[in-house]
Ligand binder design. Structure first.
Ligand code: FES
Length: 104
């Protein structure tokens, strides 16, 4: 079963910024990219659980704030030479209201 969660309004998140939401035990980081698209991943680096929401966004990649692993926000894959992946979540923006939703 999937659930659609309201995150925030697009204008509430700075460009290259993020919002955190919780669903049960999962914390999700939702990022606004420079093209105003929005991507969401589990807010936990596969290395040592760094908070990806605190990381720097570069294109569609987030740099983990702890040890700079680079994670693709579209696929959840960690860039080589490091290895791992995070769960990604589907996002949706209602273009009329600007509301952002994540499907979990
Ligand atoms: S915890 Fe993310 S790179 Fe180490």
């Amino acid at each position: 079963m999937t659930t659609k969660l309201y995150v925030a309004n697009l204008s509430d998140i700075d460009v290259k910024g993020s919002r955190k939401i919780k669903y049960n035990d999962i914390e999700i980081a939702v990022f606004r990219l420079t093209d105003d698209s929005v991507l969401a991943v589990e807010n936990r680096c596969p290395h040592k659980n760094g908070q990806l929401s605190e990381g720097m966004v570069c294109g569609t990649t987030v740099h983990c704030p702890l040890h700079d692993w680079k994670i693709d926000l579209r696929s959840g894959q960690v860039q080589e030479p490091d290895d791992g992946c995070v769960t990604t979540f589907e996002t949706e923006i209602d273009r009329e209201s600007g509301s952002i939703y994540v499907t979990v």
